[in-house]
Design a protein around this ligand. Structure first.
Ligand code: EPU
Length: 334
């Protein structure tokens, strides 16, 4: 276990914020985590981070930042049709996808190149190109921060919905995820109906690696590489509106894209709304709206978290004024 004081979080957030944690703790196993939690006296609060690809720090963190280095992949069940694989929360998400593809297991390939770690994927319900990680998750193993006790959550108990879970709501800050068990298919089955995956395959017969490479090419073309330009992926969630509001908007903006959402509601791409407000490619100081995808805010170099936040507020204000729609951050603002 590693414990540091006044530790720089620069390598732990893809926005590239040079902030410090009063204490930073990295553990390698469930036993280490439980031992560490026993009789803790702070500094509180605790913040558990993954790869920091969905976080915006607006100031130094006065509490304790926890990071999992629990690694490993273990097959825990298998038939002719599927395999259940239990993965450590500290594994890099895309390494797991690459491994699944190399093994010939289906299900995770559309989620290629999403930054972050396995534990955070199960908190955030990451998604892309018609697949959400909830479609693959069987169980989530977690430790209660208060009692140090282990608990296994079934998929249903995680209460997944679009970019949401019980770990972001009722149980926020209460559990630390240690392992996630995924069920992947052994028989070919692809989701190619979303976005331009089909076009990217260019008439080729889909294969696991072919789909993975197509997704990687699409993402690279649209989304900035955090190593070159600090960002947190989609800054906002796509808003979900009532059908009546959608009808009224669609009359005024017939070219507005939309997707069906649960309960007859309609999801509208926030990137399109922001783009239509004229924000794409615009900057305020060292914070900018990415020129190729308006849903992504970027750090042009040396921006503070507050500068990014001010830009986000101005963008959300424009969208509310023009469309009467509220967009809320997907990124966790600390
Ligand atoms: N659009 C514009 N202008 C823009 C951006 C988008 O008009 O600047 C339009 C596009 O033309 C398209 C629609 O908006 O008609 C949707 O755009 P896109 O397919 O790029 O997807 P998105 O809704 O903006 C979501 C996820 C992404 C995920 C993609 C692909 C959210 C918040 N974002 O973006 O996830 O990769 O779909 O499935 O749901 C992330 O969560 O960090 C992320 C990158």
């Amino acid at each position: 276990m590693k414990i540091y004081k006044d530790y720089s979080l620069l390598p732990y957030n893809t926005f590239g914020m040079d902030v410090k944690a009063a204490r930073f703790v990295e553990y390698d196993s469930v036993e280490e985590l439980v031992k560490f939690l026993d009789g803790q006296e702070g500094p509180f609060p605790f913040l558990h981070i993954g790869g920091g690809s969905n976080l915006l720090f607006t100031a130094d963190y006065a509490g304790t930042v926890l990071h999992s280095a629990i690694k490993g992949r273990e097959i825990v069940g298998e038939t002719e049709d599927w395999v259940d694989i239990r993965v450590g929360a500290g594994e890099v998400w895309d390494d797991f996808v690459a491994y699944a593809v190399a093994c010939g297991w289906y299900g995770a390939e559309n989620l290629s190149l999403i930054p972050g770690e396995v534990g955070a994927s199960a908190v955030q319900n990451i998604g892309a190109y018609g697949v959400e990680v909830k479609d693959l998750i069987r169980f989530v193993d977690a430790i209660c921060l208060e009692t140090g006790r282990e608990r296994r959550f079934t998929n249903g108990e995680c209460r997944y919905s679009y970019r949401d879970s019980v770990f972001k709501k009722e149980l926020k800050g209460k559990y630390v995820i240690t392992h996630v068990t995924f069920r992947l298919g052994k028989r070919p089955g692809f989701r190619l109906d979303y976005g331009n995956i089909q076009a990217e395959l260019d008439g080729c017969e889909p294969t696991l690696d072919g789909v993975r490479q197509a997704v990687i090419r699409i993402r690279r073309a649209k989304l900035p590489d955090p190593k070159l330009l600090g960002n947190g992926g989609s800054f906002f969630m796509n808003p979900v509106v009532e059908p009546e509001q959608f009808e009224a908007l669609a009359k005024r903006y017939p070219d507005m894209p939309c997707y069906p959402a649960a309960g007859g509601r309609v999801k509208i791409p926030a990137g399109w709304l922001i783009d239509r407000c004229g924000w794409k490619g615009r900057s305020v100081g060292r914070a900018a709206v990415y020129e190729r995808q308006a849903l992504v805010l970027v750090n042009l170099g040396g921006a503070t978290g507050r500068e990014i936040l001010h830009l986000a507020q101005a963008v959300a204000h424009s969208v509310r004024e023009k469309f009467g729609v509220t967009i809320t951050p997907e990124v966790n603002i600390i």
